[in-house]
Design a protein around this ligand. Structure first.
Ligand code: CO
Length: 298
């Protein structure tokens, strides 16, 4: 990776971390989820970058991909276990980071959150060129299970490439043999999820997150302005909220037609069973020849 690309990743990572810390301090019972997400996205722009993906904040058994609709009034509640996942891009180079906040009055979710934080630290300690990803997963699984919880097994860490949030290698949250090896020059995100259930998530509910996976086969009947706004994100994940300033009928119609064509993929919330609590901690990092550089620190 050339230094200017790495410097973009560094800037994106630092901004993502600053926004994550703002969210950590400001997620409180009675605050709307949408306020946090929109404020983070505004902060990203004020700092001279753009969202790398829609900011997401998932409560309790929802593990990931909860993203507010344009008129969502849902509030955080006392007792919640709240994830916030922030993505920033600078010229297409992405920083991806997440943390979890305990809104209980008795610190009930703190051991669960600590398990995912310690699993991330254990994983980072194993990052070096040539290391099989299964060994990173083993460190995550061992740490979470030693704390008395289960890792979410069907969510993984991932590589980060220009304009691509999820590329090879997949980094499992459990140990496995074989698999690919980390290479010097890679930028990766590691994201252990710890939970109080079995650790298998499924899709549920309405999608607010979309991603263009290929250009539309036919653009006849599509609103030109909305289509060019969507294409402007160059394949990065987007939220319905991004297009609030546009004609809402045209936005809905274009999203629905592109989705039917298979041009736009939708990403609904990912949930464990009701009553199960899920915590997530994530950093992006550069796999250097002489060691790892965590990019999402303030
Ligand atoms: Co990620």
């Amino acid at each position: 990776m050339d230094t200017s690309a790495l410097d973009c990743h560094r800037k994106a990572g630092r901004i993502a971390a600053e926004c994550r810390e703002w969210a950590r301090e400001n997620i409180r019972p009675g605050v709307t989820v949408r306020h946090i997400l929109e404020t983070v996205e505004n902060m990203i722009r004020e700092k001279g970058a753009e969202p790398g993906f829609p900011t997401q904040s998932s409560r309790n058994h929802v593990a990931a991909h909860y993203c507010s609709s344009p008129d969502d009034e849902m509030e955080y509640e006392e007792g919640d276990c709240v994830k916030v996942d922030v993505g920033v891009h600078v010229d297409g180079y992405i920083g991806d980071t997440a943390c979890t906040v305990d809104l209980s009055t008795d610190g009930r979710w703190t051991p669960l959150i600590k398990a995912s934080e310690e699993a991330l630290a254990a994983a980072i300690a194993h990052v070096e060129p040539g290391r099989p990803v299964g060994e990173i997963g083993a460190a995550i699984e061992r740490t979470i299970m030693a704390a008395g919880f289960e890792p979410v097994r069907n969510l993984t860490g991932h590589g980060l490439a220009r304009w691509k949030v999820h590329t090879a290698p997949q980094i499992p949250n459990y140990g496995e043999r074989g698999g690919s090896k980390l290479k010097a020059g890679m930028v990766i995100a590691i994201e252990p999820f710890a939970c109080t259930g079995r650790g298998m998530i499924t899709e549920a509910g309405k999608s607010e997150i979309f991603m263009m996976v290929r250009p539309p086969r036919k653009s006849r009947g599509l609103d030109k302005d909305v289509l060019s706004a969507i294409m402007g994100w160059r394949g990065l994940p987007i939220a319905r909220r991004y297009f609030n300033h546009m004609d809402q009928v045209a936005v809905e119609d274009t999203i629905s037609k592109l989705t039917k064509q298979g041009s736009l993929m939708r990403y609904p919330p990912l949930v464990e069973k009701n009553g199960v609590m899920v915590a997530q901690t994530e950093h992006s990092m550069y796999v250097g020849e002489d060691g790892v550089e965590v990019l999402t620190t303030v």
